[in-house]
Design a protein around this ligand. Structure first.
Ligand code: PMV
Length: 318
């Protein structure tokens, strides 16, 4: 019997990936129509909580000594919440089913979405109120486990489910944008954020001055991006995305497949396009003048080899 269901959105970084790790501001927005879901069911026959990950077709009991490898993320989340909180949820008699529309390792925040979702579910199961700041704090700890030294932007935007102007160590600013249409194209190539971030760090160590300059330029683009979002200047946003993409190319995180999809989007009339997330694979995002244009560019991206395409609208900070 279903007890409750919850979900969390995917996200895209519009400006500032990588530079944000080095203290620059960045802008991320939720993708509300692409989500990870969880449902808790009551099943009194279960002697220990049981988890089913539908996408991998696996089910295991929390009492299993040797859980499947693909369950590591979930088990780590459950252990972390147990370590860091005083929650007490029923020790038996329930099943958690998880499924996700967010492709993994493509810069759309799939791991942060699952982390945030699990924390919310465990608090709900324990009938304990969860503040947004606690959710961000706990999900950041999980992000650290998965990504080494994350900036915290992914778990923040997904926890808040609102567009954010984010800078490490600064108060989070929630953005109230005008209406914008985006199309996201997935190269189908999975890249682990932790590896791409480590490669950038290696190059940074060899050429600090140059990289600091590039990161600062990206930070300035994020500042201007904030204004473009608030005033509804789609052309400006597109131009800024194109400049941000050039700088991401300079730090070596684009790829031929991303470049190809970005070119197709621009040739087909996007106002601007860039990779989103860690890069070297994963997804690109383009901004368009209309919903119709976003749909037609999605078609062209598919024809050009994109494995998935999502069209999404950003509006009013909701
Ligand atoms: O996890 P991704 O691919 O969405 O990338 C996150 C953005 C980075 O700036 C590359 C890393 C970070 O921790 O901010």
């Amino acid at each position: 019997m279903k007890l409750f269901q919850d979900s969390t959105p995917a996200k895209i970084i519009l400006f500032g990936e990588h530079a944000v790790v080095y203290g620059q501001p960045a802008i991320a927005v939720p993708v509300s129509d692409v989500r990870a879901f969880a449902e808790v069911q009551i099943d009194q026959t279960l002697k220990a909580p049981c988890i089913r990950i539908s996408d991998y077709n696996i089910e295991f009991s929390l009492s299993d000594k040797d859980p499947p490898d693909k369950a590591i993320h979930i088990i780590k989340a459950i252990h972390l919440v147990a370590e860091k909180t005083e929650l007490s949820y029923p020790p038996s008699g329930w099943r958690l089913i998880i499924w996700s529309q967010i492709p993994t390792a493509r810069g759309l925040g799939s791991s942060a979405a699952i982390s945030v979702l699990l924390i919310k579910i465990l608090f709900k199961l324990s009938l304990t109120e969860l503040s947004l700041s606690k959710l961000i704090e706990l999900s950041y700890e999980l992000e650290q486990y998965h990504h080494g030294r994350p900036s915290g932007i992914d778990n923040t935007v997904i926890s808040l489910e609102k567009p954010v102007f984010f800078q490490k160590g600064r108060e989070i600013q929630i953005i109230k944008p005008q209406i914008f249409y985006f199309v996201i194209g997935d190269t189908g190539i999975g890249k682990k954020t932790v590896h791409v971030v480590a490669e950038v760090a290696e190059r940074y160590e060899k050429n600090k001055k140059l990289y600091d300059d590039i990161f600062q330029s990206i930070g300035k683009i994020a500042d201007q991006g904030l204004k473009a979002l608030e005033t509804g200047d789609r052309e400006k946003l597109g131009e800024l995305m194109n400049i941000n993409q050039s700088l991401l190319e300079d730090i070596g995180v684009s790829s031929p497949e991303l470049d190809q999809l970005i070119k197709v989007a621009r040739d087909e009339g996007a106002l601007g396009a860039k990779l989103c997330g860690a890069g070297q694979g994963g997804c690109m995002v383009a901004v368009t003048m209309s919903w119709q244009k976003a749909k037609s560019i999605a078609e062209s991206l598919r024809e050009a080899g994109a494995k998935n395409c999502f069209v999404t609208v950003l509006k009013g900070g909701s």
